[in-house]
Design a protein around this ligand. Structure first.
Ligand SMILES: [Zn+2]
Length: 291
């Protein structure tokens, strides 16, 4: 079945139905604004955003100030992470065609170009402009609406993307149709089944609707992959290089911006121009092979 045989809904289902098993989760509140399916345990935000609303979240401010301090300044730390992912992917794919869903400024594509013929898409126009400016083959638009070749790709990548989507199930379904048999889908996303998430509960740093809508764990990600003919062949909790300036910004300024906090941050920032490696064992790195 191809994705364009289906009408493409531009928002989550009207009643808060579980996208994995279809059960109504309306009355099953896990944390404020967060529901848990009473049947399969899948966790998701109680929100009904349209595609247009989602797109508004990813204008320039998302990458500069709202969620990321300055995405472009953070490039060295982000590319360290991508190099690690690429080394892992090379164990399962030695080349061919790669598509990245949600490629932002193209930092991953730029590195992946050495090994694969790459393409990507993103819904943020300024991010796509910059990615293209750097020589990447990038389309601005929603992955679900793009006319892409089926059975054509060896790798589809979704880095920190599925938790943001209105319908991650449809994205994985489409990704699967694009993959050749034996091709791989790779993804990173938070793990709500991790010790950190269980300990922090609603205060877990990755719980922030409406930018994060879906909260997977090993069981639910496996279920989503299986439903789409994909078998998980690698599962691990991955660490991240993070710019210390970015960490400082999150701690001091993000979501509690005052002039004083901004001043303190501006004073401290020059002292922290380096990155550190952090692994809180609450981010999953998953590689799934198309059967
Ligand atoms: Zn369910």
């Amino acid at each position: 079945m191809t994705s364009h045989n289906n009408p493409i809904p531009d928002a989550a289902p009207v009643a808060p139905l579980c996208i994995l098993c279809g059960h109504d989760a309306s009355d099953h509140i896990l944390y404020p604004g967060i529901l848990q399916c009473p049947f399969c345990g899948f966790v998701f935000a109680d929100t009904k955003l349209s595609a247009a609303d989602l797109q508004k979240l990813y204008q320039r401010n998302y990458f500069f100030g709202n969620e990321y301090l300055n995405y472009l300044e953070d490039k060295p730390a982000l590319q360290k992470n991508f190099s690690t992912r690429i080394r892992a992917l090379l164990k399962y794919s030695s080349g061919g065609n790669l598509f990245e869903v949600g490629c932002a400024y193209g930092f991953f594509l730029e590195l992946a170009n050495r090994y694969w013929k790459t393409e990507g898409c993103d819904i943020s126009a300024p991010a796509c402009d910059e990615a293209r400016h750097q020589g990447n083959n990038v389309t601005c638009g929603d992955f679900l609406h793009l006319p892409l070749k089926e059975d054509h790709y060896d790798v589809v990548a979704m880095w920190d993307t599925i938790e943001h989507l209105a319908r991650p199930d449809l994205y994985v379904q489409k990704a699967s149709t694009l993959l050749k048999r034996g091709g791989i889908l790779c993804a990173t996303t938070g793990d709500i089944g991790s010790a950190m998430a269980k300990m922090r509960k609603h205060r877990w740093r990755l719980i922030h609707p409406p930018t994060h809508l879906y909260y997977f764990d090993r069981k639910s990600i496996e279920r989503l992959m299986q439903k789409n003919g994909l078998e998980i062949i690698r599962f691990e909790h991955c660490g991240y290089s993070r710019s210390v300036q970015q960490i400082l910004y999150s701690l001091l300024v993000l979501n509690r911006e005052t002039d004083l906090r901004k001043k303190i941050y501006a004073l401290l920032k020059p002292l922290f121009g380096f990155s550190v490696y952090v692994n809180l064992y609450d981010i999953m790195f998953v590689v799934a092979r198309k059967k």
